[in-house]
Design a protein around this ligand. Structure first.
Ligand SMILES: NC(=O)c1ccc[n+]([C@@H]2O[C@H](COP(=O)([O-])OP(=O)(O)OC[C@H]3O[C@@H](n4cnc5c(N)ncnc54)[C@H](OP(=O)(O)O)[C@@H]3O)[C@@H](O)[C@H]2O)c1
Length: 307
């Protein structure tokens, strides 16, 4: 499924349009519910495809810059998405996420995840207060320590604020295999609701230690860089989607890549980023239908590695 911009515009016409998904999704999706997975620490269910905002939402506040991203946000919730991942480190992205969530009237429906990156306690507090203000939230669903920066200091504040009801969940992130030893050490010694790690068909190192450890420790897993910042699409350029992708209901390369991630049992939710509403529709399609089994996962990795 790859809806055109025109189709999406038609579909999302009218702010707060009802969730009339019929006709917009492939047949299997119309007859099936969006896939949800539990956050292990509470059992709360979340839809299995989220939305990243690094670079893509780092724009100015002119209507010309905001309009296409408003369509992205609207398509995302219309297709059943809720989890949005942002960070102060993504420059304007956090502010733009807040503006758009308000514009589209869905701020209270989003599962809002952001991050803190500071060495000292006061710097972290200032940043997190600012995030809450930019996101128009008195409660943030998930606060993550960005790339483990100042993690001991920041986790102490995160726990205090969680106890005070300002954060519902807390976690840590990384996007580099070089950090996995330190990351695993924190996972082993700290109780966390979530981790976020780079994992995709092109970067599978997290399978060795991080993903099994998350499963053992009962931590939800968000997967960043699910398309390797777009490099996965370049790798398959000029190649037809294999016929056997239909066996797990993937109708596009995007769905092929996301369903690979989702078929790992430790994964909760990949968070692809995009500037285009028709790509959101494509990405959300991965949250419907069947997933690859073990044998199919091997076939996918062999296919990809041979490219
Ligand atoms: N350390 C950390 O905590 C960390 C690090 C990295 C990322 N993250 C999080 O993870 C999110 C995802 O990572 P990312 O944004 O770096 O990269 P990504 O999601 O792997 O790739 C984004 C790229 O894929 C393209 N794309 C998206 N959907 C597509 C589709 N259906 N068909 C074709 N192209 C498509 C986008 O282009 P178009 O705009 O043209 O669609 C964009 O160039 C980030 O936004 C951020 O929230 C966290």
């Amino acid at each position: 499924m790859d809806l055109t911009r025109r189709q999406i515009l038609k579909l999302t016409a009218g702010a707060g349009a009802a969730l009339a998904l019929g006709g917009r999704l492939p047949a299997f999706a119309q007859s099936s519910e969006i896939m949800m997975r539990p956050i292990p620490s509470t059992g709360e269910l979340i839809p299995v495809v989220g939305l990243g905002t690094a670079r893509t939402f780092n724009v100015g506040t002119s209507e010309e810059e905001l309009a296409p991203l408003r369509e992205v946000m609207q398509a995302f919730v219309e297709m059943g998405g809720t989890l949005l991942d942002t960070a102060p480190g993504y420059r304007n992205s956090e502010m733009v996420s807040g503006i758009l969530a308000k514009d589209v009237g869905i701020n209270d429906r989003l599962f809002m995840a952001t991050k803190v990156a500071a060495e000292d306690r006061e710097g972290g507090i200032e940043q997190m207060e600012n995030s809450m203000s930019l996101l128009n939230r008195s409660v943030i669903d998930l606060m993550q320590v960005h790339n483990l920066r100042g993690w001991q200091t920041q986790l102490a504040t995160l726990r205090e604020w969680k106890a005070a009801g300002r954060f519902r969940y807390i976690g840590i992130t990384t996007s580099s295999a070089r950090q996995y030893d330190d990351f695993a050490a924190v996972m082993e010694q700290e109780d966390l609701d979530f981790i976020q790690v780079n994992y995709s068909l092109g970067q599978r190192q997290a399978e060795e230690r991080i993903l099994p450890l998350a499963a053992d420790r009962g931590m939800a897993v968000l997967c960043n860089l699910p398309y390797g910042r777009g490099r996965l699409f370049q790798a398959v350029e000029g190649h037809e989607l294999p016929e056997w992708a239909a066996e797990f209901d993937a109708q596009s390369w995007g769905q092929f890549f996301l369903k690979f991630i989702l078929s790992h049992p430790a994964v909760t939710c990949p968070i692809p980023a995009t500037t285009k509403a028709h790509h959101v529709a494509d990405n959300m399609g991965a949250a419907y239908g069947r997933l690859p089994d073990e044998a199919m996962r091997r076939r996918m990795t062999e296919f990809f590695d041979a490219l």
